[in-house]
Every structure is written in C-alpha cells, then in structure tokens.
Design a protein around this ligand. Structure first.
Ligand SMILES: [Cu+2]
Length: 156
C-alpha cells in the first residue's frame, strides 16, 4: 500500500510536471523554428572600400519577412535588389524581403544582396563576420537570428 502511495506521489510531483515540460518545450520549439540560412558569405573588399555585400540563401517552412539586418563589421546594413534597366545595373533598397513558405530565396552577386555600409575595416578572405537578421512572421512576431559568415573572393 505504501509503495503505491509513494508511486502515485512520484507520478504527480515528478513525472507529470516533467512530461508537461517536454510537451511545452516541443510546442515552443515548433513555433520558434529558425529560418534556414544557407551558404552565407561576405564578399572580400579592397582597401579603402567602405561598402561590402553579403549573400546567402534563405528558406523557411512558413511565410516570413526579412525586415532588417545588422552586422558587427558594418555601421549599417540594407536589403538591396539589383537589376538591369536599359542596359544599366540599378541597385534599389528594399524595405523588406518576403519569403514564401518553402521557397528558397537566393541572395547572390548581381541580384539580391545585403549591403554593408561603413565597414570598420576591409573584409579579408579567411576572416569571419557576424550578421544578425531580423524576421517578422505572419503573427507579427519579430525574431532575430545571428549567423557567422566567412569572407570569400567575389568569384565564389
Ligand atoms: Cu547594394
């Protein structure tokens, strides 16, 4: 009899709370699933050049919007698009970059990029910089994700 009481106590004091904890953590992990940031890199810059660019591929399982970015290597970061207009490459600042559920958005040379302004020093091949991306989901919740990206030659 005592053993049974002890067991049921154990169940209510230890087992059930820990089970609830597991359920809670799983549910939380589901909503806070990060955006996949793949093949991120920053373009090496020449001495004296104060602007740079960062590239990557972004994918998320549901609609989400990139609304801002920040870097430890730059004074400010802007989302830019690039396109040919009447034979001239035009760069444009975007207020935000929407990602459609499951659709990879590629940022790369000659297209979408994150423009790094006021570089503290030239970006050299082999170095790493940090980039924090700010996303807003469809519920309006804003999350931040920090990635470390290698500095590579432009050809890559
Ligand atoms: Cu740009």
């Amino acid at each position: 009899m005592h053993v049974l009481i002890l067991f049921s106590r154990l169940l209510t004091t230890t087992l059930i709370p820990s089970l609830l904890m597991i359920v809670f953590l799983t549910a939380h992990a589901e909503t806070a699933k990060p955006v996949q940031i793949q093949q991120a890199w920053a373009r090496a810059t020449a001495p004296g050049q104060s602007v740079g660019a960062a590239y990557m591929t972004l994918v998320h399982h549901e609609n989400i919007t990139l609304i801002a970015a920040d870097s430890n290597a730059a004074g400010s970061v802007e989302i830019h698009s690039m396109e040919m207009k009447n034979g001239v490459m035009k760069m444009r600042m975007l207020e935000e970059l929407p990602l459609k559920a499951g659709k990879a958005v590629k940022l790369g040379p000659g297209g979408l990029h994150l423009m790094l302004f006021d570089l503290q020093k030239p970006l050299k091949v082999g170095e790493k910089i940090e980039l924090t991306l700010c996303f807003k989901d469809k519920q309006g919740e804003v999350t931040h994700q920090t990635v470390t990206l290698p500095v590579k030659e432009a050809a890559q």
